[in-house]
Ligand binder design. Structure first.
Ligand SMILES: N[C@@H](CCC(=O)N[C@@H](CS)C(=O)NCC(=O)O)C(=O)O
Length: 236
């Protein structure tokens, strides 16, 4: 019997795909919450919650009867449990980079919407800087092995980089060109992982989702900027 989980998260890619990709990769099964179940779970009084948390994701591991919150903690837990971590410090470092990048692209979870000037600065300076860092990190990590941390098989960091960059390339129009321009090795690596049957199956489930990336007004703001910068059907 495969290990079974419940993922308490909004039905959106964003932070969820990091966990979904790891669960799919290890052959686990899981249930998800819809918007209304997630809202109820999050908004119930603290004393009624089965586990104290503020913001999802929360993962429930049925086999171990264990709840865990915070994306970084969840990923490290799964990584250790399924022996996906070659170097714990570097794996945690890449997860924290990913969390920083998610905060930056959503301007602190939509605390502020994008304007053309700030988006231009983001895609021409800040995002390329992150991409160059991950391009170098991955090249060093895979100097003598096909996967990060000298591993022969896909590990946690490969899945985290894929959930981060492939999801952006896949879901946000014109973003693939930006990523490929600054980090061709990274994009190719993420494509390889994303095309494995387990990860492809998750992506297929999300093909028709109304939410492309992070949902809400901030998703609309990102799309507005991307479409203004590269109107649909015009090459870069
Ligand atoms: N540090 C947390 C952040 C979680 C987070 O911000 N979750 C968002 C969705 S991606 C949310 O639902 N926030 C609602 C809230 O903060 O009340 C993690 O990485 O798990």
């Amino acid at each position: 019997m495969p290990d079974h989980y419940k993922l308490y998260y909004w039905p959106i890619p964003f932070r969820g795909h990091f966990i979904r990709y790891v669960l799919a990769h290890v052959g686990a099964t899981w249930e998800e919450t819809g918007f209304s179940e997630m809202g109820q779970f999050k908004n119930q009084p603290l004393e009624d919650k089965p586990y104290p948390f503020l913001a999802p994701p929360v993962l429930y591991d049925q086999g171990n009867d264990k709840y865990l919150g915070q994306l970084a903690a969840i990923l490290m837990y799964l990584g250790r449990k399924y022996d996906l971590v070659g170097d714990q410090d570097e794996a945690l470092r890449i997860i924290n980079d990913a969390l920083d990048i998610l905060l930056e692209i959503t301007r602190m979870h939509g605390a502020q919407m994008w304007d053309e000037q700030s988006w231009e600065a983001f895609v021409t300076t800040r995002l390329p800087a992150w991409l160059a860092i991950h391009e170098r990190w991955l090249s060093e990590q895979t100097a003598s092995s096909p996967f990060a941390h000298g591993r022969a098989k896909t590990g946690l960091s490969d899945l985290v980089l894929t959930a981060l960059w492939h999801t952006m390339a896949d879901k946000l129009p014109n973003m693939r060109d930006v990523i490929t321009q600054h980090a061709p090795t990274l994009m190719a690596h993420a494509d390889t992982v994303a095309e494995t049957p387990e990860i492809s199956a998750v992506r297929k489930d999300w093909e028709t989702s109304a939410t492309l990336y992070c949902a809400g007004q901030i998703e609309a703001s990102i799309l507005e900027m991307l479409n203004k910068r590269n109107p649909p059907h015009e090459p870069l």
